[in-house]
Design a protein. Structure first.
Length: 458
């Protein structure tokens, strides 16, 4: 017999919402409607429950981080055990989970990634990577993608290329420059793959030469650019980027905060292209979101540099937090022992096939992109012209924009998906433990809501 979901009485629930409005400054807040910010009181696997007893199928893994699903016992038990022993040590002291996690990361990343700096989030992991790159190279410039997201502190936001994030806080940190995305569906160079000869990768070399190679410390990229709607580069892209970085002694940083730990069907996304970075940033799924944790993993040449020549004058109060590291160890072992990447490769193909079917049946679905369990759906008014499906009135309230209407409609039916920062894209990244029944249920809801959006906006 299924366990009954607990609820909170209406008066008490209303009181919580009133207190939240009065006392909380909420992140990324654009509106305050209960249907899009439910009060969550529980969850199991790929589902979570709100205070009214409503059950939701999570196709965003909360925020791309609950990869093993909610309530994973392996991670929870590891944290419970550790909290009874040592739950905090000064960041310059050692604790056993910190040491074991750093060693485990060196083992599972393979290749030449051998030493880790531990932090508390993806943003912090990226910040550390920039500082490491500048100290190691003696250069200061960093090149990244327009449309990418690397965090919300000043340096990580400066590397990010999302106008709505950047504009309110400009001027930003100097030394950050951008190149176009490897966006085949809307190629910024107006060419087509493969006859394009991967011009988007060659543009990195052009930019390095124009900036002056002696000033460029690093190039940072997400292997799958989730923020822009799951942009997946051609297979030739990252091997070419690796060659360009080697040619000019520019460090290659891969931001696998979202793509890492099985999400692409490999334990790490760079394995899809047999291309190992100099610096790898990790967070989110590293601990199944049980305790905040980030890591910046570096190659032996960089690790040796800091061991022999330089002190890394950087850190956080909670760097290498014992509880977070215990959670990280348990999560990594769960990914490997439960063969999560192998499962993702299979179920990801099942999901992508289902989405391709929706594309065939709907005139508004212009493009489907996916790798493992990162999927993007791009909506258009016309498949021939690729005109984005946007509101006719550019100043329309947010709740009247097609992608918001679509995601809100799915939420009302019990499916969590997420619109991209800009354009007409929807992102999906469900927990890595979903099954075919979960996919079928999600696709039924999604297709019903696409029907409604097309009737309203086409």
């Amino acid at each position: 017999m299924a366990k009954k979901i607990k609820t909170i009485p209406e008066a008490e629930l209303q009181s919580y919402y009133e207190d939240a409005a009065k006392y909380l400054l909420k992140p990324w807040q654009t509106r305050a409607l209960p249907n899009i910010e439910p009060l969550i009181i529980g969850g199991k696997g790929a589902y979570f429950f709100d205070a009214t007893g409503k059950k939701y199928l999570d196709f965003v893994s909360q925020l791309f981080n609950v990869n093993l699903g909610m309530g994973n016992r392996e991670v929870i038990e590891a944290v419970k055990k550790q909290v009874e022993q040592v739950n905090y040590t000064k960041n310059t002291f050692l604790n056993i989970p910190k040491i074991l996690l750093a060693k485990r990361l060196a083992e599972v990343t393979k290749g030449d990634l051998v030493k880790a700096f531990l932090s508390n989030s993806g943003t912090e992991a990226v910040e550390a990577a920039f500082k490491i790159a500048r100290i190691y190279t003696g250069r200061f410039k960093v090149i990244s993608f327009w449309g990418a997201y690397h965090g919300s502190t000043f340096a990580s936001m400066s590397a990010g290329g999302i106008a709505s994030n950047r504009n309110p806080y400009e001027p930003l940190v100097p030394g950050f420059f951008h190149i176009p995305l490897p966006y085949c569906y809307r190629c910024p160079f107006g060419v087509e793959h493969p006859s394009c000869e991967i011009r988007c990768a060659k543009f990195l070399e052009y930019t390095i030469k124009q900036q002056g190679p002696e000033t460029v410390a690093a190039f940072i990229a997400d292997p799958v650019v989730v923020a822009a709607g799951a942009i997946i580069p051609p297979d030739e892209y990252f091997p070419m980027i690796r060659e360009i970085c080697n040619k000019y002694d520019v460090l290659m940083i891969l931001d696998e905060v979202i793509a890492g730990f099985g999400r692409t069907g490999k334990l790490f996304a760079y394995e899809n292209w047999n291309t190992v970075p100099d610096l790898l940033t990790l967070a989110k799924g590293i601990s199944n979101a049980c305790v905040p944790l980030g890591a910046t993993v570096m190659s032996s040449k960089i690790g040796d540099f800091f061991s022999e020549k330089k002190i890394f004058a950087h850190g956080f109060t909670y760097s290498g937090h014992a509880l977070a590291c215990a959670a990280g160890l348990a999560a990594i072992n769960a990914y490997i022992e439960n063969k999560i990447p192998e499962h993702v490769e299979k179920i990801g193909k099942y999901l992508l096939d289902a989405l391709e079917g929706i594309k065939d049946r709907h005139k508004s679905v212009g493009d489907i992109r996916g790798l493992g369990l990162i999927e993007g759906i791009e909506f258009v008014k016309d498949k021939a012209t690729k005109e984005p499906l946007m509101s006719k009135d550019p100043n329309a309230p947010i709740e009247e924009r097609p992608m918001v209407v679509l995601s809100d409609g799915c939420m009302e039916e019990g499916l969590l998906i997420m619109s991209a920062f800009s354009g007409s894209n929807i992102r999906m990244a469900p927990p890595l433990i979903i099954n075919e029944d979960d996919v079928d249920k999600a696709m039924e809801i999604l297709e019903r809501q696409i029907d409604k959006v097309e009737k309203r906006f086409l």
